[in-house]
Design a binder for this molecule. Structure first.
Ligand code: SD4
Length: 331
């Protein structure tokens, strides 16, 4: 059987469909070459991992180790976000996270895979890796979300160790805050959640999100990060999104779900992130007082990022390059 390129070379001209348009061989071969180049370009966009803030750089490194050996995106995002969870110098995630107003470090996390499975823990204490507990909730229970003491009990029953997560440095900051500040969640900039999205070589996408939440929050307060569709959302037909910043603002617009639905309806990841931020700006008049940032990834490996205020950064790893990039912002 003669292939398309051969056929075109042999005939010199080809009739397109029933409407009788003709194109020269060279034009068609050029188009075909462009198509091939585009496909190759798209292939190079995958595997990919994107995550929020500069602690995304070492987190991406860990995720990439999984992706590079044909590992699953789900394992990549879990391994990735465990890095800042364990780092006492990252004061917004896991161990070393800043406490609530009463001095307790309470953690929120969620994870979602390419099949739409998801798991989450909220307001869990004394467990260094809430993301791995969230994964076990997903894999071992008929539920999606466990909170507080129930989440802790589940973690301990599954072999996790109880640990003190309040470091000396975090405690000192809290004591200083208690002396000097009035609680104002709007003005608090002590937040740097890690949200991570990855596509593996099999072209499946997964996501993870983990945080100690807003510093000095009310005890028991839960943000967007463990809420599927707010802090993070994945749909393997479309792509994924994750959020950072003031959780209350993100929950109000179901931010990550909104971005994925916008991409489903044809928006690019960048356009979708910008529209989600515009939604916050339209409906929340105090938007200048707080930060929200989104990252998004579509199934082709194209990414987007956008925030209300400037200063939001994200880390992108693909083609053997792990880069810290500045997000565009509304203000
Ligand atoms: C929250 N979204 O608990 C989290 C906090 C945070 O970057 O992002 N920070 O509201």
């Amino acid at each position: 059987m003669i292939d398309r390129r051969e056929f075109l070379k042999n005939t010199g001209l080809v009739t397109l469909g029933t409407i009788g348009l003709t194109k020269s061989v060279s034009a068609l071969i050029q188009e075909e070459t462009a198509d091939t180049a585009k496909t190759n370009l798209d292939e190079e966009l995958i595997p990919v991992v994107i995550s929020t803030w500069k602690h995304g750089i070492p987190a991406n490194e860990a995720a990439w180790k999984v992706l590079a050996v044909n590992g699953k995106a789900l394992d990549a995002v879990e391994q990735g976000v465990r890095v800042p969870e364990a780092d006492p110098n990252v004061q917004s995630v896991g161990y070393g996270g800043l406490p609530d107003r009463d001095g307790y470090v309470t953690l929120d996390a969620c994870i979602m895979d390419e099949k739409g499975n998801c798991g989450s823990v909220a307001c869990i204490q004394n467990i260094k890796h809430p993301i791995s507990v969230a994964r076990l909730v997903m894999e071992k229970t008929p539920h999606i979300m466990l909170v507080g003491d129930g989440a802790l009990k589940f973690a301990l029953a599954n072999g996790f160790k109880k640990e003190n997560l309040l470091t000396k440095e975090a405690k000192e900051k809290w004591l200083k805050w208690k002396k000097e500040s009035n609680y104002n969640p709007k003005k608090s900039n002590e937040h740097d959640t890690i949200g991570m999205l990855a596509i593996d070589k099999a072209c499946n996408i997964s996501g993870a999100c983990t945080t100690s939440g807003l510093a000095w929050k009310y005890h028991g307060r839960v943000g967007d990060s463990p809420i599927i569709g707010a802090g993070m959302y994945i749909d393997n037909e479309v792509g994924g999104a994750a959020a950072t910043g003031k959780g209350e603002a993100v929950i109000k617009i179901a931010g990550s779900f909104l971005i994925v639905e916008l991409m489903r309806n044809g928006k690019s990841p960048q356009e979708a992130c910008e529209l989600a931020i515009e939604r916050i700006i339209k409906n929340q008049s105090d938007y200048k007082d707080f930060q929200v940032g989104f990252i998004a990834l579509d199934k082709k490996g194209r990414y987007g990022a956008y925030s209300i205020n400037n200063g939001f950064q994200f880390a992108l790893y693909r083609n053997k390059q792990n880069q810290l990039l500045d997000s565009k912002s509304f203000l």
